[in-house]
Design a protein around this ligand. Structure first.
Ligand code: HEM
Ligand code: HEM
Length: 433
C-alpha cells in the first residue's frame, strides 16, 4: 500500500498496473542493459504505438480501390499532422520488425529458449510471424504501385506450396488477383484479427516471463540479492521508452512514408520487388528452385526452431552471451564466412549458364534445387567441421555459429535484392538502378 509520505512508491493504480506486468522483486544483475538490451520492452511499446497511430489513420482511411489512395493523399495533405501520423505508423512498423528480430536473436544467444522458457520461445515464433503478417497486410493498404505489385509478387510465391498453396492464396486475396476483395480482407486482418491475436499472445508472453521468475539469470548471479522492481527496473524502462520515442519522432519528422502513383493492375513496374523483409526470399528464388526457396528452407528453419529447446547440451550458456573467448572468435569466423560464402554464391550463380538450358533432360528440381542445396549445405557443414576442429567448440557455441551464418546470409541476400537488382532483376550497381 502507498502512503502520502512515501514518495518512492507509485500510486495504488499505477502500482497495480506495473506489478501485473512485472514481478515485485527482481535479481539485481538482470538490470544490466546488456542482458536484454531492452528489446522485448521496446517491441511491446512499438505494438502499443502501432495500435494508437493505426486507430488515428483508421478514422480517415477508406479501404476500397477507388478511395484508398485518395484517402491517403488527403490524409497527408489536408489533415493537420496527418503526414506525421502516417510516418510514425510506417517507421514504428519498421522498428518493430527489427526489434522483434533482434529480441529473438538475444534470446537465442543467451540460451533463454530452454526450459522453463521454451513455451515463450514457441509462442515467440508465432508472435514474430504475426509481426511480419501485420507489416505485410498493412503494406497493401495505401494502394499505390509499390504496394499493389509487392503484394502481387509475394502472394504468388504461395503457389509453390504443393496442394494447398493456391487455395491459401485465393482465400487470402478473395479471388485469383489482387483486387477490391483482397483490400477488404487485408484491411480486416490488419486492423482486427492480427492486432487482437497479438495483444492476447503478448499477455500470455508476459505471464510466462513472470512464471519463469523474470528474465534469465546466469548461474554465477543466482545468489545475488533481490531488489524492488519499482523504482529500479521501471526507471530504466522509462529511459529506454523515451529514447525510442525520440528516435521514432526524429525518423517520422525527417523521412516520409513512401507513396508512389496510384495502383495500376495493367502496368507492372520493372523490376517488381517484394517488401524489403521478403527481398532475401525473392533473391533466393533467383538461385534456387521455388520449391526449395518457398517450402524446403522455411520448413527446415521452422522445424529447427521447434527442436532447439530439446537439444541436449553439456554446458550451461543460460544468461551468457558468449561462453568462452574461443566461442567469440569462432563467431567472428562464422560472420566472415557467411558474408564471403554468400557473396561468392551469388556471383558464381550469376555467371554460370542456366542449368535448365545446359541439362534440359534432368528435372529442374534436381539441377536448380538439390544440387545448389547440396553445395550450400555441404559448404556450411565443412566450414563448421573446420571451426569445430580449430576452436574445439561445445554444442551451444556450435549452434551460435550456425545462427550467425544463417542471419548473415539472409542479410546479404536481402541487401543484394534491395540494392543491387535492377531491370529484369539483373545484378547492377545501386546508382545504375
Ligand atoms: C503491430 C501492429 C501493426 C503493424 C506492424 C502495422 C503496419 C503497417 C504498415 C507497414 C502499413 C503501411 C504503411 C506505409 O504506407 O508504409 C500500415 C498501414 C495502415 N495501418 Fe497498420 N500496422 C499495425 C497495426 C494497425 C492497427 C491496430 C490499425 C488500426 C486499427 C492499423 C491501421 C492502418 C491503416 C488504416 C493503414 C493505412 C494507412 C497508411 O498506409 O498509411 N494498423 N500498417
Ligand atoms: C511482439 C513481439 C514480442 C514482444 C512484445 C516480446 C516481449 C518480451 C519481453 C518484454 C520480454 C522480457 C524482457 C526482454 O527479454 O527483453 C520477453 C522475453 C522473452 N521473449 Fe519475447 N517478445 C516478443 C517476441 C518474441 C519472439 C519473436 C521470441 C522468440 C522467437 C520471444 C521469446 C522470448 C523469450 C524466450 C523470453 C524470455 C527471455 C528471458 O527470460 O530471458 N519473444 N519478451
Amino acid at each position: 500500500m502507498t502512503s502520502n509520505a512515501d514518495t518512492t512508491k507509485p500510486s495504488v493504480n499505477l502500482n497495480n498496473l506495473i506489478l501485473h506486468l512485472h514481478p515485485r522483486r527482481i535479481k539485481a544483475p538482470t538490470l544490466r542493459f546488456t542482458v536484454t538490451f531492452g528489446l522485448g520492452g521496446m517491441a511491446a511499446l512499438l505494438v502499443v504505438i502501432q495500435v494508437f497511430t493505426g486507430l488515428l489513420l483508421k478514422f480517415h482511411y477508406e479501404p476500397s480501390p477507388d478511395n484508398a489512395y485518395n484517402s491517403i493523399l488527403n490524409l497527408q495533405q489536408g489533415l493537420l499532422f496527418g503526414q506525421l501520423a502516417r510516418n510514425l505508423h510506417h517507421w514504428s512498423a519498421v522498428l518493430l520488425l527489427w526489434t522483434t528480430f533482434l529480441h529473438m536473436l538475444r534470446v537465442l544467444f543467451t540460451g533463454a529458449y530452454r526450459k522453463p522458457r521454451h513455451m515463450n520461445w514457441f509462442f515467440g515464433i508465432v508472435l514474430l510471424m504475426l509481426v511480419i503478417l501485420s507489416n505485410f497486410t498493412g503494406y497493401l493498404l495505401p494502394w499505390d504501385q509499390l504496394s499493389y505489385w509487392a503484394v502481387t509478387i509475394s502472394t504468388s510465391l504461395l503457389d509453390y506450396i504443393p496442394f494447398i498453396g493456391s487455395s491459401i492464396r485465393e482465400s487470402l486475396l478473395g479471388g485469383k488477383e489482387v483486387d477490391a476483395a483482397s483490400l477488404t480482407n487485408f484491411f480486416n486482418l490488419h486492423t482486427g484479427v492480427i492486432p487482437v491475436l497479438m495483444v492476447v499472445l503478448m499477455g500470455y508472453h508476459f505471464w510466462r516471463i513472470r512464471k519463469a521468475g523474470g528474465v534469465i539469470v546466469a548461474d554465477k548471479d543466482k545468489d545475488e540479492p533481490m531488489i524492488d522492481t519499482y523504482p529500479h527496473l521501471v526507471a530504466r524502462e522509462l529511459v529506454v521508452a523515451l529514447v525510442l520515442i525520440a528516435i521514432l519522432f526524429l525518423l517520422g519528422s525527417l523521412f516520409d512514408a513512401p507513396l508512389r502513383e496510384r495502383a495500376n493492375p495493367a502496368i507492372s513496374p520493372n523490376p517488381a520487388k517484394a517488401p524489403w523483409y521478403f527481398m532475401g526470399l525473392q533473391e533466393l528464388l533467383i538461385h534456387f528452385h521455388p520449391f526449395f526457396a518457398v517450402v524446403i528452407f522455411p520448413v527446415i528453419l521452422l522445424l529447427a526452431g521447434f527442436w532447439l529447446p530439446y537439444i541436449k547440451l553439456t554446458d550451461n550458456n543460460q544468461g551468457i552471451w558468449f561462453l568462452s573467448e574461443n566461442g567469440k572468435r569462432a563467431g567472428i569466423y562464422a560472420f566472415l564466412a557467411g558474408l564471403v560464402m554468400t557473396i561468392l554464391f551469388i556471383l558464381v550463380s550469376d555467371v554460370l549458364p542456366d542449368p535448365e538450358m545446359l541439362l534440359p533432360f534432368i528435372p529442374s528440381l534436381i539441377t536448380t534445387g538439390f544440387i545448389p542445396f547440396l553445395v550450400a549445405a555441404g559448404g556450411i557443414f565443412l566450414f563448421l567441421k573446420y571451426l569445430h576442429g580449430k576452436f574445439s567448440l561445445n554444442r551451444s557455441e556450435y549452434i551460435q555459429c550456425v545462427i550467425i551464418i544463417l542471419v548473415v546470409s539472409y542479410t546479404v541476400l536481402s541487401f543484394t535484392g534491395i540494392l543491387f537488382r535492377g531491370e529484369g532483376m539483373k545484378l547492377m550497381w545501386p546508382w545504375q538502378l
